[in-house]
Design a protein around this ligand. Structure first.
Ligand code: NAI
Ligand code: PYR
Ligand code: MG
Length: 625
């Protein structure tokens, strides 16, 4: 409790109100709060080796002698009791040594080796794992998340040691309502679910896609402070259409073609019903579903369940923040956004999500009426695998239809149905070139040369596809062809570029990781039953406003990942505030809706901060179940 009060001034109205919530000496608001010395202990129902083998409670050599006695651990550990700092020091020495020696494959041997070592720590001691991850997030986010998580998913059969999360398969139809009780935790706050059909830009990886759900939840813990005992990665295995996996004798998933149509929907429906029956307050993040289903499932569930689609909605928010940053970086006010000409390569779940959100943002700035909404669409040119999308396209995808360009108008611009990306860039001379195509190198030298004709004073390039090899271009390519007067962002991390003239080309990471943890945390703590458009918009706006004028003018439009916990707190607070304003907030635990309505913006931030889990060992006390 002391940690919490430390952050709240004694005269604060929040303090006064929260004090009313203290009953019987128990601090109820943050039951999830870490128990360190002097804090409420954690009750465990196991002892001895069972404790050492449970990553939720294991502290390894950091168990104190009194705890070793209480938990029947005396003699099961080396006698030296070490602090968590020394424990981490020892681990890091080993990690650094092994990562030099390891040889796991040709693409990036060290990355996969680091992942293995971190994964083993994750399996034996979660507190220590998250302590290492949070303290070194810049170094290890690229290992537990993109790009290495892509490699992990691709090699999952060989890497699989211990299961993590739950698997619901087409074979489990009719059983999900009961099997959901096989999960040991009575409270689950966040589920990230995938069906493995489009993992990053790597296509259908079937059951191996569970790696992305695990990686996203690692960020929920590290960035949003969701208690790791309350996260659940889920893989829904409805088969795979990946021929290699269908024929691979070592593949761990169902070796049948993917279910489709009503059969597919029935499986997802059953899963949703089961998890919301056991955990009515859980939030479900849909991740890496192929576009064909991403939009349909979002429409199907978003008004009845607490869920969102990260690729459609999270990516859209991050892109909006980046696009507004690019306007500011030109030295113009954000309100000039509707004048930007934007070419988007890729019309899948991510591309269409960005287009819809960008169009709505422009329309709001132009007067928020139907006329503004209609005129905003003329700022976008969308190119997919078949080239420029126009009304002349046969069998046009209904989600892309609103962005199909008029043929006559295109004729006047010297363009046509199916025009190539380079032709479009040459004719349109866009302010922004944004890629969500999953095609590495799509922004070829020719395309980048064409972008030299941009009418913008500072063109922006967003090569947002993941993992690294799928980036539409590298920052080196962009800066070397276009010079340093550009804005560059990529989905996976790249290093800044030394331009050799005393200037550094800044490479931003434009990834939905800057939003999804805050959207999830804000939704959880607001108690909103849905994730509304307004809440998503508030999240994007907070991210857009996060960067200072000075940073933006230097081309830094997204924060460094080392600030991810802070930006997540800010985003979560913005989401809560919006949920309160929309009258959606029902409260969380003892913070009821009425109390939430009374909190000032600073108090909302205190509330978020004090409900974020920190990786500190709790004092463990054994009780017979
Ligand atoms: N940076 C970030 O935060 C995020 C990045 N992504 C990345 O976006 C990419 C796409 O994801 P989805 O939209 O879900 O995939 P998708 O497979 O549904 O869509 C890909 C789109 O690219 C188009 N495309 C293919 N070849 C093309 C070409 N030569 N020229 C132009 N367009 C082409 C396809 O026609 C399709 O419209 C993935 O690599 C994913 O990792 C997705 C979400 C977030
Ligand atoms: C970042 C992400 O969600 C993706 O590439 O799919
Ligand atoms: Mg994704």
């Amino acid at each position: 409790m002391a940690i919490f009060w430390k952050h709240v001034k004694s005269s604060s109205p929040l303090l006064q109100r929260l004090k009313r919530h203290i009953t019987g000496g128990h601090y109820l608001l943050s039951r999830s709060f870490t128990t360190t010395e002097g804090h409420r202990p954690t009750i465990v129902h196991k002892r001895s080796l069972d404790i050492l083998h449970d990553p939720w409670f294991n502290k390894g050599t950091a168990f104190s002698m009194t705890e070793r006695d209480r938990l029947d651990l005396r003699g099961l550990l080396p006698p030296n009791v070490v602090s968590s700092e020394v424990q981490i020091e020892r681990f890091m020495v080993d990690l650094k040594r092994l990562e030099v020696q390891a040889r796991d494959g040709p693409s990036d041997p060290n990355a996969l080796a680091k992942w293995r070592i971190l994964n083993r720590l994750h399996d034996r001691n979660e507190t220590m794992y998250y302590k290492v991850l949070i303290a070194n997030i810049e170094e290890y986010a690229p290992i537990v998340y993109t790009p290495t998580v892509g490699l992990v998913c691709q090699n999952y059969s060989g890497l699989f040691r211990r299961p993590r999360g739950m698997y619901f398969s087409a074979e489990d139809r009719g059983e999900m309502m009961s099997m959901v009780y096989n999960w040991p935790a009575d409270q689950v706050d966040m589920i990230v679910v995938t069906d493995g059909s489009r993992i990053l830009g790597l296509g259908d990886l079937g059951v191996q896609g569970i790696g992305i759900a695990i990686g996203k939840l690692d960020l929920y813990v590290a960035a949003a402070g969701i208690n790791p005992q309350r996260v659940l990665p889920v893989m829904i295995d409805v088969g795979t259409n990946n021929t290699k996996l269908l024929e691979d004798p070592l593949y761990l998933g169902l070796q049948q073609h993917r279910l489709d149509g009503d059969e597919y929907l029935a499986v997802i429906d059953e899963f949703m019903e089961a998890v919301f029956t056991r955990w009515p307050n859980v939030i479900v993040q849909f991740e890496d579903f192929q576009s064909k289903w991403a939009f349909k499932l979002l429409q199907r569930y978003r008004t009845t369940y607490r869920m969102f689609n990260d690729d459609v909605q999270g990516t859209a928010g991050v892109a909006i923040a980046g696009l507004l940053g690019a306007v500011r970086a030109q030295g113009r006010p954000m309100i000039d956004f509707p004048k930007q000409k934007i070419v988007v390569a890729g019309a899948g779940s991510a591309g269409i999500g960005v287009l819809n959100a960008a169009r709505k943002t422009m329309a709001r700035m132009l007067g928020n009426n139907e006329f503004a909404f209609q005129s905003a669409k003329s700022q976008f040119w969308v190119v997919d695998a078949k080239g420029l999308i126009t009304e002349g396209r046969e069998d046009i995808d209904p989600d892309a239809l609103p962005f199909a360009r008029n043929l006559k108008e295109m004729d006047r611009q010297g363009l046509r149905e199916g025009a190539s990306l380079v032709e479009v860039v040459k004719q349109v001379k866009p302010d922004v070139l944004l890629g969500l195509s999953a095609v590495g190198g799509l922004f070829s030298n020719e395309v980048l040369e064409a972008l030299k004709g941009s009418t913008s004073t500072r063109p922006a390039i967003f090569a947002m596809s993941n993992p690294t090899k799928n980036a539409e271009c590298t920052p080196e390519e962009a800066f070397s062809i276009l010079g340093d007067n550009i804005i560059f962002a990529s989905g996976s991390p790249f290093s800044n570029v030394d331009l050799g003239n005393g200037h550094i080309g800044h490479c931003n990471q434009g990834n939905n990781m800057y939003l999804f943890p805050g959207i999830g945390l804000g939704t959880l703590l607001s108690g909103s039953r849905i994730v509304s458009d307004g809440m998503l918009q508030a999240a994007a706006e907070r991210l857009a406003a996060y960067m200072s004028e000075e940073e933006v003018l230097k081309g830094v439009i997204f924060p460094s990942i080392s600030r991810i916990r802070d930006i997540t707190l800010e985003v979560a607070a913005a989401v809560i505030k919006e949920a309160v304003e929309e009258d959606l907030a029902e409260g969380y635990h003892e913070m009821d809706a009425r109390e939430l309505h009374r909190l000032s913006p600073d108090e909302i931030k205190d509330y978020v901060k004090n409900n974020m889990w920190n990786p500190e060992y709790p004092t463990l006390v054994y009780r017979h179940e």
